[in-house]
Design a protein around this ligand. Sequence first.
Ligand code: SF4
Length: 346
Amino acid sequence: MSLTLAPAWEPLSDRSIAGEIIRRDEAVSVLRCSDDDLLGLLHAVFRVRRTYWGRRVRLHVLQNAKKGSCSEDCGFCSQSAHYDSPTGEYKMQSVEEIVEGARRAKRARAWKYCIVTAVRAPSQRDLDTVCEAVRRIKAELDIKVCTSMGMLTPEKARRLKEAGVDRFNHNLETSERFFPEVVTTHKWADRVKTVKVAKEAGMEACSGGIVGMGETEEDVLDLAYALREIEAESVPVNFLDPRPGTPLESLPRVTPAYCLKVLCMFRLVHPKADLRVAGGREVNLRWMQPMALYAVNSIFTSGYLTTPGAHPSQDHQMIRDMGFEIEEAPAEAEQCGCGDARSATW
Ligand code: SF4
C-alpha cells in the first residue's frame, strides 16, 4: 500500500503569520486540498487565526434599511429591479426603525451593526436619515456601525464618517475579469474607487465577495489578492444562495468542504483581517458551519438582507460548543441606562 504524504500546511501558516503574502500556486493548493487533508489544513490555518484573533468571534447584524428596486443589475441579487425576484421591497426606513434594529443587534451581542440600502448610490435624503440614526446609535449603544449604501463621493463619505460610521462596506464581489459576467450597470473599477474614497474619509473598508457564481479558481484567487491590495480591514466571504428570478437561480451550490478551503485560503492571504463567513453560510456549509470558526473570526447572525439565517441563540450555542467566545464592541459611548443588554431577550 502506498501512502501519499499530506502537504505541509504549517510552513504556509508560519509565513502568513510572519506577514508574508503566500504565493498564488500555494493559494491554489489550498483550494485544491484533498478532503483527506482538510483537517490538517484547518489545523494549520487555525494557528494564524489564533495568533491575531485568539478564540474570539465577532457577531455582525444586518439591517436592510431600504429593500429592493435597485437600479443595478447584479446577477446574484434579488433586490435588483432588473429581475422578477420576490423580495418584498420597501422604501427607506425611519430613523427610529434603524435605531431599534441596533438595539436588537446589541441584545444579540453583536460587535457590529450594518445598515444597508439597496441603491447604486445614496441620495442626500437617505444619507440624512442614516447619519441621524448613526448619531443616535452611537450616543446610546456600545456597538460598531457599518453602512453599505452603494457608491460614495468624498463628500458623502465625509458625512458618514462625521456621523460616527466606523466602517463602510462595498464588496468587489469577484475578480475584475469575471465581474462583467454578473454586473453590467457599473464597473469593477467603480467599486475599487468607492472603497478607496471610504478609506480616505477615515472609515475602515469592509469589502469581500461571493463564491459560487460560476467563476474559476483563478477568479477566487484574484478576488482574495485584490482585497489584500486595497487593504480591506474586513473581508466578508459569501457563498451564493441562488435566488429565484435572478440569472444565477439555477447554479448548483458549492460543497461544504470547498467553502472551508476557500475560507482557509482567505485567512492565509488576510491573516489580520476581520474575516467573516457571510451570506449563504447555513445553506452551503450546513453541518460543517462550526468548522469555519477555525478560519474566520466573525459571522453574521439573525439572517441576511433577503434570506433568513440562524437565530442568535443558535449561533451563541455554536460558539460556546466550539470553545470560542463572543467579542463585543468595547465601551465608547455614554450608557443610556437601558439595562444589561446581555440578559435581554432577542
Ligand atoms: S448587489 Fe447592491 S447594487 Fe447590486 S443590485 Fe443588489 S442592492 Fe443593487
